[in-house]
Design a protein around this ligand. Structure first.
Ligand SMILES: *[C@@H]1O[C@H](CO)[C@@H](O)[C@H](O)[C@H]1NC(C)=O
Ligand SMILES: *[C@@H]1O[C@H](CO)[C@@H](O)[C@H](O)[C@H]1NC(C)=O
Ligand SMILES: *[C@@H]1O[C@H](CO)[C@@H](O)[C@H](O)[C@H]1NC(C)=O
Ligand SMILES: *[C@@H]1O[C@H](CO)[C@@H](O)[C@H](O)[C@H]1NC(C)=O
Length: 304
């Protein structure tokens, strides 16, 4: 009985061993497509150079090494548009909508076409939340409908200006920087008589109002410059254009002011010693008119 058991055990052992070797022989002849690793009816294609390698030619709607993953377009997510799987991530999709349709899934009527809310030549664009939004033309504002006039020029008054000064108009952008000018004038014990601030135009689109000096001047200032003379604290003239043009400037207060401009990052014009600016000037008349128009176009109806 014992012997029988031993023989039986040996038989089983050999059977397993032989079976394993048969199995390994089979394994040798297996290739990348056997057993077929490709899912969802994909065609398995062997690599011609190495038959352990394969690619699966997926059927529509699947991707992945073994076509095991559903593509973004699998469920036809685009309601009124064409679906394309994202190259970077085929599980995601992008829809190209039919005309008049918007939304990730092309399921929303374009609100700009349904009822364009933009007034005054505003361009209607659809925002992230699929709501109509207006991009306003120059001179207009109001994100909803471009209903408000928008002017980039503001009037500016200050104790630093001497009696008899012209009304000062400046670009809103430089309003904060005028504080430095006030400080400098105070430091130098001077006031400014403003002759011109180069900014306000009754009709900036049509207007072309140059004085003789500007025409010969290669630098045209656009809302960030002020033409001035130096007055003292009693509103008396201290240094006019002739005085300001002298090198060095003979008046202590004027010299102090002009020297200080650089320190507060304003520029004193090389071309015209009666002008200081933020350096915001352009090379020619066309460019000047463009900038002037864009800055002042909304100002026509503004009451200063
Ligand atoms: C075939 O590819 C496998 C897996 O990359 C690699 O181990 C094997 O060496 C390759 N055989 C030949 C003949 O290049
Ligand atoms: C993959 O399948 C498509 C049709 O489903 C066929 O047009 C294409 O030629 C196949 N690619 C290869 C490499 O066999
Ligand atoms: C005027 O200046 C602008 C840039 O400031 C330039 O593009 C344009 O060519 C200039 N025009 C002339 C006539 O020089
Ligand atoms: C007008 O001012 C606004 C806000 O200060 C600014 O965003 C805009 O660029 C300015 N427009 C022009 C034409 O400078």
């Amino acid at each position: 009985m014992k012997q029988v058991l031993i023989i039986l055990a040996l038989a089983i052992f050999f059977a397993i061993a032989v079976d394993a070797s048969i199995f390994s022989i089979f394994k040798k002849y297996k290739n990348g497509c056997d057993p077929d690793p490709c899912k969802h009816k994909a065609k398995c294609l062997l690599d011609t150079k190495n038959n352990t390698q394969y690619t699966c030619n997926c059927t529509d709607g699947y991707h992945g090494k073994n076509c095991e993953l559903k593509t973004g377009c699998y469920s036809n997510p685009c309601k009124k548009g064409k679906c394309m799987n994202l190259k970077s991530n085929p599980s995601d999709f992008v829809c190209t909508c039919e005309k008049g349709i918007v939304g990730k899934k092309c399921d929303t009527d374009n609100p700009c076409l349904k009822k364009n809310p933009c007034k005054n030549g505003g361009q209607c664009v659809v925002d992230d939340k699929l709501k109509a939004e207006c991009t306003c033309p120059l001179g207009w504002t109001g994100s909803k409908t471009c209903e408000k006039r928008f002017c980039n020029i503001t009037s500016f008054s200050s104790k630093l200006f001497a009696k008899g000064s012209a009304k000062v108009y400046i670009d809103k952008e430089i309003e904060k920087r005028m504080v430095d000018i006030e400080g400098l004038a105070k430091l130098c014990h001077v006031k400014l008589l403003v002759l011109k601030s180069f900014t306000l135009h009754p009709d900036p689109v049509k207007g072309n109002e140059f004085d003789a000096r500007d025409k010969t001047n290669p630098g045209f200032y656009t809302g960030q410059a002020i033409q001035f003379q130096i007055y003292n604290s009693e509103d008396k003239l201290e240094c006019n254009d002739i005085c300001l043009a002298k090198i060095p400037i003979p008046n202590a207060g004027a010299k102090c002011f002009v020297d200080g401009l650089h320190a507060i990052k304003w520029k004193w014009s090389i071309l015209d010693p009666t002008v200081f600016s933020t350096g915001h000037h352009v090379a020619n008349l066309t460019a000047y008119n463009q900038i002037r128009t864009s800055h002042q176009v909304g100002c026509k109806d503004t009451k200063f």
